[in-house]
Design a binder for this molecule. Sequence first.
Ligand code: IFM
Length: 470
Amino acid sequence: MSGGTRRAIAAGCRYDRPVTDADLPSFPPGFAWGVATAAYQIEGAVTADGRGESVWDTFCRRPGAIRDGHTGDVADDHYHRWPEDVALMATLGIDTYRFSLAWPRIQPTGSGAVNQIGLDFYDRLVDSLVANGITPMPTLFHWDLPQPLEDAGGWLSRDTAYRFADFAGIAATRLADRVPLWITLNEPFVVTALGYALGVHAPGQALMLGALPTAHHQLLGHGLALAALRAVGAHQVTITNSYAPAWAASDSPADVAAATAYDTLHNRLYTDPVLLGRYPDLAPLGLGPAGLDCVRDGDLETISAPVDALGVNYYAPTLLAAPQDAALPFQLQPITGYPVTAFGNPVVPAGLTELLTSLASRYGDRLPPVYITENGCSFDDEPDAAGQVDDRQRISYLDGHIRAVADAMAAGVDVRGYLVWSLLDNFEWAEGYHQRFGLVHVDYGTLRRTPKASFGWYRELIAGQPRRSG
Ligand code: IFM
């Protein structure tokens, strides 16, 4: 289909096509098209059916922590409305749904006793997905650490890695027969950076580089969980990291050094140990080997056990300059000259191609097949007088980024799937409900779901792609 202003009605939503004149390239049969969500951001029902408390329940009650004092108490009430949400996914025509399991729903204190009702919830969800021809892709940890584990040291404590492996084994024992690909952790960089270094996410600790042990303990948790998953017959396992091309603000050695430091911290620290079995040189961060003196003999072997894929989350590149003060070895700069999302992220689709090709050249044949496990944008989407949500900026964003994936594939990168963040507008962490990332608008007063124009656009895109055989 080419340019023009073809109007389509899909699943009750209207959109004007296209944003660009060229057809989207055709992706290989079997390429996974999907959407992603996370438990705390959509489920609500935080005290239902024996769920324990997570660090996010606690953090949301800290005055000033979350914009306008929002909490995940209700969120999208997906815990009760999941049949409607699965029906939306079926209408969308996706073949893969990435979601996360709430650890405190399954193991309320983070260790010991299992809450069968919590497991039953995910069991029903997985059954329903499979019945609708949608492959479940669960993430085991998307930030909602059980509060009792945080009270015992959280990811600063090595023991948390072992508790996480226990949890992984419990979940997979119940679900592995219907789950082809498991994700251990989501974006451990963000947990370390925002949760333990800067204190703007749960658990709200501001340890700066003193947060580094949380990097190692999460990675150890990944490795131990991977072994636990394999032990109970899980098929394929991966980890999802966030990545951001690190651009130097100028050619000056100081700015280039700042970009290298940020690249080490964001793009290498959580990937080199998994794919190469070693930590990157921490010297750009001003740290010697003692910066990670929590690493014990054998840990890196555990962490680097082969994964079947790499989950890649991409939103935007980062621009770095030499620091003004000594707290960190870099300073983030605004990127100008691009459209921006409501979050202030520059819209740079070529950054995704750059990222994927640089991962391929950095890791060579150690790089497993890649899934884009998150990509998306927030805008201030609201229904118009006719009840339609005309989010053409999102369509433009997704169109550009899907083409960027195709460009990387044409350059030889083995990408197996693309998942939009997110199915629904949802709780965006410290931003509360202010950032709307969904293909589906949620009215937080009534919880009514309204597919946006991008929903219809994505539906048609998927319908036009070759399907999986068999
Ligand atoms: O909403 C988050 C998600 O939980 C993790 N990756 C980035 C998204 C958008 O900020």
